[in-house]
Design a protein around this ligand. Structure first.
Ligand code: SF4
Length: 462
């Protein structure tokens, strides 16, 4: 099935509107988090949610498992590369402590709708350790029967038994780090995983009953070319994952130490990168995938696409999701949380994490309390990121404003996007056109009040 009419990609528009900017997994963006937001602030927000008079949203839980066996040179994650398996025992002990401390502040009526294990490499943990971790979580939190349980998989670390074991623990969604199948590219980023290895892991997931498989691809890696990436796409399309994320490699060696091992001369030029992107989009659309937004594609019958059609798509720290407005509770080093009108983030190093928990303190390093203006802008930006529509009457009612008056400057700035056919602004709403779906980030930036003072280094979509 060719779904080209649903979305339009124009090289000219990309050159004009693909700007450096945030990906808006939060608003304000994480560079606004500050140390004035403390453990006490976090506990206060958790406590506010325990009022039975409020209808509190379900929980989404994220667990950060930072250990990896070897270093991928493109990596920008908070990870610890080690061969020492014993380190996980200590980490699990502290995770147990953190969970027990947080659970004290969460009312018994709160249900958990979503769980995600990210890293690092979650399967660095042994099957017994993963089982222990799930038992801890189920001991403290009340999971809904249809909860979405997802785990990131490095195909080099799993076999048929691992995927069956994970399914047995209740995981029903998995995301594979594929990146690129070309051997020369894999060698240049120090991540060797032949197609046969990934194919085996994907079919083991299917046999074990995983409902949804995602494959992460990265373009812009060293030694990549249109020809080489085209071959990678052949193989990915053969694997037929339900979802595909096509990430742009952001080379920021001053920020990510691992990336200093990448030979810059081997990186594709900006022009080649654009052509790889355009070719990839066309190939994925021709193969029947639907463009969801930013760098995400899904099969037509995947929940993400159904939510997009129903206008019930949401965005959180894990990207696009079908689960509305959960409170996000993060566990482990550098994990981010979102509770009510607040964000919080834990300390980044194991040392600091253990030190906090040793004295029974939650490891909160920083965070942010949203003002009413932030809450309003967050809603507008997230609705744009999910391709709208932004309905003025609904926003006026929820926030007690007159949208057109409150955002008169922003509406004037949106004119250029309207003239380029990326959005339509009428009496009642802002909607995103098929042409504009790729540039939602640029229209969202118009409503970002903090952007002008931001010191963060943002990337482009392409
Ligand atoms: S990309 Fe994943 S497996 Fe590789 S170093 Fe980073 S976190 Fe570890």
């Amino acid at each position: 099935m060719n779904n080209l009419p649903d979305i339009e990609f124009s090289e000219e528009l990309i050159r004009r509107f693909d700007k450096l900017g945030p990906r808006y997994t939060s608003y304000p963006t994480a560079d606004k988090f500050h140390a004035g937001f403390t453990e006490a602030s976090y506990i206060e927000y958790l406590a506010q949610r325990n009022n039975p008079a409020n209808s509190n949203p379900p929980l989404s839980i994220y667990v950060h498992l930072p250990f990896c066996e070897s270093l991928c040179y493109f990596c920008g994650c908070n990870k610890i590369v080690t061969k020492d398996r014993v380190r996980t025992t200590e980490y699990l002990r502290y995770l147990a402590k953190e969970m027990a401390l947080v659970a004290r502040h969460i009312g018994p009526d709160r249900r958990t709708a979503q769980l995600h294990f990210g890293g690092g490499t979650p399967t660095f943990l042994t099957p017994d350790e993963l089982g222990e971790l799930m038992a801890m979580l189920r001991g403290h939190f009340n999971f809904l029967p249809d909860a979405e349980l997802g785990i990131e998989i490095d195909p080099r670390t799993v076999n048929d038994d691992t995927m069956a074991m994970l399914a047995g623990l209740g995981f029903n969604r998995t995301s594979f780090g594929v990146q690129d199948f070309d051997p020369a590219v894999q060698l240049s980023v120090n991540r060797i995983q032949p197609y046969e290895m990934v194919e085996k892991a994907v079919s083991a997931s299917r046999k074990s009953g995983f409902e949804s498989i995602n494959a992460d691809l990265i373009y812009g890696l060293p030694k990549q070319s249109r020809e080489s990436f085209n071959r990678t796409l052949d193989r990915v399309i053969e694997l037929a994952p339900e979802r595909i994320a096509l990430y742009n490699y952001a080379h920021l060696p001053s920020r990510f130490k691992a990336q200093r091992l990448i030979v810059e001369a081997e990186l594709p030029s900006a022009e080649e990168r654009l052509q790889i992107f355009l070719m990839s989009v066309h190939r994925l659309l021709d193969a029947g995938y639907i463009y969801i937004g930013l760098d995400h594609f899904a099969k037509p019958d995947d929940e993400l696409n159904l939510a997009r059609l129903d206008k019930t798509l949401h965005r959180n720290f894990q990207g696009y999701t079908t689960r509305a407005d959960c409170d996000l509770i993060g566990f482990g080093v550098s994990a981010i949380g979102k509770v009510g009108h607040s964000y919080s983030q834990s300390v980044r190093t194991l040392k600091a994490y253990y030190e906090h928990l040793d004295i029974d303190r939650l490891p909160v390093e920083k965070g942010y309390s949203l003002t009413p203006d932030d809450v309003l802008r967050r809603q507008v930006i997230m609705e744009l990121m999910c391709s709208g529509p932004v309905n003025f009457a609904a926003i006026n009612q929820a926030h007690g404003i007159d949208f057109k008056h409150y955002f008169s400057d922003e509406l004037a700035l949106l004119k250029q996007y309207e003239e380029a056919g990326l959005i339509v602004v009428d009496e009642h709403s802002i909607s995103v056109t098929p042409k504009g779906r790729m540039f939602v980030r640029a229209s969202g930036m118009v409503f970002d009040k903090h952007l002008a003072q931001s010191t963060a280094k943002f990337s482009k979509l392409i």
